[in-house]
Write a protein that binds this ligand. Sequence first.
Ligand SMILES: *[C@@H]1O[C@H](CO)[C@@H](O)[C@H](O)[C@H]1NC(C)=O
Ligand SMILES: *[C@@H]1O[C@H](CO)[C@@H](O)[C@H](O)[C@H]1NC(C)=O
Length: 340
Amino acid sequence: MAVAANLRLGFFLLVLPQLFSAGLAVEPLSVGLAIGIASALTGYLSHPRFYCSLMECCRQEEPLNVTALQLDLQNKLFGQHLVKEVILRAMTRFMSNQNPKKPLTLSLHGWSGTGKNFISKIISENIYKEGLNSKYVHLFVSTIHFQHDNQLSLYKDQLQAWIRGNVSACARSVFIFDEMDKLHPGLIDAIKPFLDYYEQVDGVSYRNAIFIFLSNAGGDLITQVALDFWKSGKKREDMQLKDLETILSVGVFNNKNSGLWHSSLIDKNLIDYFVPFLPLEYRHVKMCIAAELQARKYEADPEIIARIAEEMTYFPKAEKIYSDKGCKTVAAKLDLHIEL
Ligand SMILES: *[C@@H]1O[C@H](CO)[C@@H](O)[C@H](O)[C@H]1NC(C)=O
Ligand SMILES: *[C@@H]1O[C@H](CO)[C@@H](O)[C@H](O)[C@H]1NC(C)=O
């Protein structure tokens, strides 16, 4: 659509000078016509729909395309039935609420490679076409952006100014904090006021913003629940959110390493949804490989898929059920195999 619009614009810009020169040379009627076209064009250009197909716009009232999100979750995310359920519910409710009482806050938990970054990307892309590259989507990685503890007060001021500045410019801004468990508690305090049930903070409303927190915290607990489920012969897909939710909020809350940030956020009920990412099994790894092959326009050869999946390492030692890097190294392994 953007390309088509671009072409159309290109065409007008090309023809316009000729219309003008032809009009001036021939007769006043043509001049009038040309001016008419020019002003129609100006109107067309300033029309939001058209403008926003060329330039990225802040998303105001445009509803979420639930079907598109559903399809993305179904086709791109593997082995995470609980994540699909929570994210779809959270996003549908929040995006259709004209008057939310607080910003949407999602807390994503699980081992690396289970899809936390991936789901942040999917959410971003379903709000802004440019996804993580959108100027309305902001990704902070604790160990990259806030790595020096002695600069805490600078980080604090900066972060608050950024959140304020960006939300003032666009109410539907998305902030993603990766490695939340490594974020300094002081910075969590700095974010907290933005997450709360305030109508406004210094004249700015944060209620349409979205905050996504990623952490490994609770990954061990989630694995334990999944493993118990498996050992008792139950189907993974029958696992329900309630099987994990309490364990997760209590467990993460009490864990020394992650308790710092959670205690202050959970205490005040600032987190709307806990999203548990289950450890991935051999069959899910195979799905990731097949999807990656397909994305690169290669044939999904079952032999190659199995070979790569078998190269991954699985835990626990005895049962070897779960991939210890989830699907994280799939792309790199594929590079090697395709080179050969
Ligand atoms: C919503 O997404 C679906 C699937 O991608 C697409 O077919 C449909 O046209 C979209 N609807 C709107 C209103 O954009
Ligand atoms: C928005 O956030 C980015 C960081 O993602 C920052 O560089 C930028 O200055 C912020 N914009 C405003 C207006 O504060």
